[in-house]
Ligand binder design. Structure first.
Ligand SMILES: Nc1nc2c(ncn2[C@@H]2O[C@H](COP(=O)(O)OP(=O)(O)O)[C@@H](O)[C@H]2O)c(=O)[nH]1
Ligand SMILES: [Mg+2]
Ligand SMILES: [Zn+2]
Length: 359
């Protein structure tokens, strides 16, 4: 690939949409992957105001109104709070000191000031699409990313599922793959066969139809008492499915892009909404896709479905499974023991980082 083509190619390929997620627990069974991720992941330090002797109560950020003003849920009450002046000093250069989902400690005696932000168990970021790939926090402390895709309209794209799976796993969040619009499928059986790969590599795959109210109970069961975000291309049925999960929720219909950017500022912020069946929806209007960051390139092989386990047998410990000889993934591929479509999808993801075509 010519150098001047590289940027365009990269940008195009780094755009990810449609996310579905599966069981994190299954994934964690993979010791190597788990280890590598643990090694890599620096824990987000908790941020504490230097004041002492305050009577602090614990709460969770439900919605951000501005950089320094937010809605916090304390027990069953929601209060508008402000961030303490001293805390602001921690992140003067970022606008993301607080995120929806953050657990905080608040001084409710005076002006409801947030004095402490607890360490996050994970943070879901998206990245700007320019070459700087600036990090933007979507939400913190999540349990699931529901990678939503549809059988048709738009067409099912497992390559996109793979990208979103990688992005979710690298964020240390459990993916749940959910395939909507089964009512439109011409050949549901062959779709199920293709999805079988994800089941056998330890992920949860759910089929549903928001239109026909199918698979809704199963999805509720998977998300119950946990905090979940839905990711997927425009039109796959995120809003419809969320409304089917909780009738009466009446989410603001239509994503930001459906309105050619109109109302962008008021609708693109995340917020937390409680499910009646237990747990929370992290509503992210206008945020439909997750992207992979350039820095994640070397980690993809450890999270790509089915690869970490096979990769233990490769001659080189850091084998990319692309150009090396004595590669267990390629051996499995040639023996028909690793899905060729998924391998090609892996190569496409890797190409999108390097701009090199691997044969
Ligand atoms: N046939 C069919 N259409 C659906 C289903 N779910 C959603 N849709 C339709 O797909 C379109 C996009 O749905 P929407 O929920 O707005 O998608 P979003 O952009 O992901 O939020 C709408 O016209 C919905 O009526 C489904 O299960 N089956
Ligand atoms: Mg929508
Ligand atoms: Zn290999």
């Amino acid at each position: 690939m010519k150098k001047r083509d590289k940027k365009v190619f990269k940008r195009k390929d780094l755009n990810i949409s449609n996310i579905e997620i599966t069981h994190v627990d299954d994934f964690l069974d993979d010791a190597i992957t788990h280890e590598r991720r643990a090694e890599k992941k620096p824990a987000g330090k908790s941020k504490i105001s230097s004041k002492s002797n305050l009577n602090l109560v614990r709460g969770r950020i439900m919605e951000l109104y501005s950089n320094y003003k937010c809605l916090v849920k304390i027990d069953n009450e929601e209060l508008v709070c402000h961030i303490g002046g001293r805390l602001k000093q921690y992140d003067l250069d970022t606008r993301n000191i607080l995120a929806v989902g953050d657990w905080v400690k608040i001084d409710i005696s005076a002006k409801r000031r947030i004095e402490e932000i607890e360490e996050r168990k994970n943070t879901l970021y998206r990245y700007t699409e320019d070459s700087f790939q600036k990090k933007i926090v979507v939400a913190a402390n999540l349990d699931n990313v529901v990678i939503l895709t549809s059988c048709k309209q738009p067409a099912l794209n497992f390559g996109m599922v793979d990208r979103l799976l990688c992005a979710t796993l690298l964020a240390d969040i459990n993916p749940v793959i959910c395939i909507n619009k089964t009512d439109l499928a011409d050949d549901l059986e062959s779709l199920r066969n293709e999805a079988e790969f994800y089941l056998t590599t330890g992920f949860k795959v759910l089929f549903c139809s928001a239109l026909e109210q199918k698979g809704i109970v199963e999805l509720q069961e998977a998300l119950k008492n946990q905090d979940s975000v839905f990711v997927g291309h425009s039109g796959v049925g995120k809003s419809s499915l969320i409304n089917a999960l909780q009738p009466g929720l009446n989410l603001k219909e239509g994503d930001v892009s459906d309105y050619t950017g109109k109302g962008m500022h008021t609708t693109s912020r995340s917020r937390i909404i409680g499910w009646e069946f237990g747990g929370n929806l992290i509503d992210t209007p206008g945020i439909k896709t997750l992207t992979l960051h350039e820095e994640m390139k070397d980690e993809i092989k450890y999270v790509f479905p089915g690869m970490a386990e096979l990769g233990k047998e490769c001659y080189y410990p850091n084998c990319s499974h692309i150009h090396e000889t004595d590669c267990a993934v390629k051996t499995a591929l040639n023996a028909g023991n690793y899905d060729i479509n998924r391998y090609e999808s892996y190569c496409r993801i890797m190409e999108s980082f390097t701009g090199v075509d691997y044969e």
